[in-house]
Design a protein around this ligand. Structure first.
Ligand code: MG
Ligand code: MG
Length: 395
């Protein structure tokens, strides 16, 4: 059977500021997902949250961009959660729903979408996927480019992924599809192969604001997609500030793909990303357990990682493992918080605040534009002549 995993994520309101959704909002989404399971629309599904974003993680046989999944399930759940958020007077009710009635699917309508389809038959003789395990990374208060460094290291650098050296099925490396998020008219992508194109991949991925990994595929098994992520930029689609496009990613692991521990290693860095308070600062990203609200100083960007295994018939949600809930990550969190405090000491100065092109609030541009009009050339003082002109000679 061909299984599609759909992860659809949106911030449609949260308690006491942009912290986390309410219990009632999550319950409403859960009952819509349960109803879809009982009607056979999807095989399985689970509702989680990371910061202020609700994540719907669904398995089904309907393929990507499917109307039943995107509109009749996900958008319906987000509309219902929005209604509750409005009733409860929560902050930012419905904020990620830019288009209430999109046609066909929710891409470009606000929610973040990661989707990935694969042939699923655990019993097939000689299958390269005798077990299907996968991770869902959901991040808040940052953009899709926040995933550039960790997934580059996990899939292209043997310093982080020893499987690239140790596992013959990984020796050929991986194909990266990278999207230019500044292109708002149509999707603009490039395929580059690791290891041959490593420098080119790095040259693009260093620019987290413009380029993002959209998907990664095994070169040994080109039909096997390892990773897909929601590399869309809402403010490029909407034309106005709408949020930091908090990204979600599906990462299949083990076997022909990196093992979870190799994927986790890069998240110990706590690398600096764009986001944080008002989506306008440079902050390190902190790995946190699922269901962590955003309550730290200056909204440190958060990332969660849930691991699942899929049964022969496509169910997965009955058991999950929360990777960043392990005590090893307490040490990383302390380190990341220290990095954040060090950078925050310099407030708005230099790289601590994002450049104008990336600021999500226009206020500072208004100040500068206003002051720009008042700048003026310095008036040169008239220097008194050192020698006064000689008096005219008497006739
Ligand atoms: Mg938000
Ligand atoms: Mg968010």
């Amino acid at each position: 059977m061909k299984i599609t995993l759909s992860c659809i994520k949106a911030d449609v309101g949260s308690i006491g500021g942009h912290t986390c959704p309410s219990k009632e909002m999550l319950n409403a989404c859960e009952s819509i997902v349960a109803d879809a399971i009982s009607r056979g629309v999807i095989i399985d599904g689970i509702v989680t949250y990371t910061g202020d974003d609700i994540n719907l993680i669904l398995s089904h046989e309907r393929g990507p961009d499917n109307e039943e999944i995107h509109i009749n399930l996900a958008l319906k759940a987000f509309h219902e959660a929005t209604r509750i958020a409005q009733q409860q007077g929560l902050y930012g009710a419905g904020q990620d729903i830019l288009d209430d009635a999109p046609s066909g699917n929710v891409r470009g309508a606000g929610p973040a979408v990661a989707e990935l389809t694969f042939e699923h038959d655990l019993d097939k003789e000689g299958t390269e996927r005798a077990a299907e395990s996968f991770l869902i990374f959901a991040a808040d208060k940052c953009g899709p480019g926040a995933y550039n460094l960790p997934f580059y290291l996990s899939f292209a650098d043997p310093m982080y992924c020893s499987g690239l050296l140790l596992v013959p099925k990984m020796h050929q490396g991986f194909r990266f599809t990278i999207i230019d998020m500044d292109e708002s008219q149509h999707d603009s992508v490039i395929e580059l192969d690791a290891p041959e194109d490593l420098y080119k991949i790095a040259a693009l991925l260093r620019d987290n604001e413009r380029f993002a990994i959209e998907s990664i595929t095994s070169r040994n098994y080109p039909e096997q997609i390892a990773l897909n992520l929601s590399a869309q930029r809402l403010h490029n689609i909407a034309g106005t500030y709408t949020g930091k496009d908090d990204p979600i990613a599906i990462v299949r692991n083990q076997g022909i793909f990196p093992a979870p521990e190799e994927i986790m290693q890069a998240w110990t860095i706590g690398h600096f990303v764009a986001g944080g308070a008002r989506g306008s600062h440079t902050m390190p990203i902190m790995p946190v357990p699922i269901g962590t609200p955003v309550t730290g100083p200056y909204c440190i960007p958060l990332v969660s990682a849930l691991g699942f295994s899929m049964s022969q018939n496509g169910t997965f949600a009955h058991n999950k493992v929360d990777f960043f809930a392990n005590p090893a990550w307490d040490y990383v969190r302390q380190k990341v918080q220290k990095k954040a405090l060090l950078l925050r000491q310099q407030g708005w100065s230099g790289p601590a605040m994002l450049p104008y092109s990336e600021l999500e609030y226009g206020g500072i541009k208004d100040i500068i534009n206003d002051l720009q009009l008042k700048f003026h050339p310095r008036k040169q003082p008239q220097a008194a002549p050192y020698f006064s002109a000689p008096a005219p000679a008497k006739q």
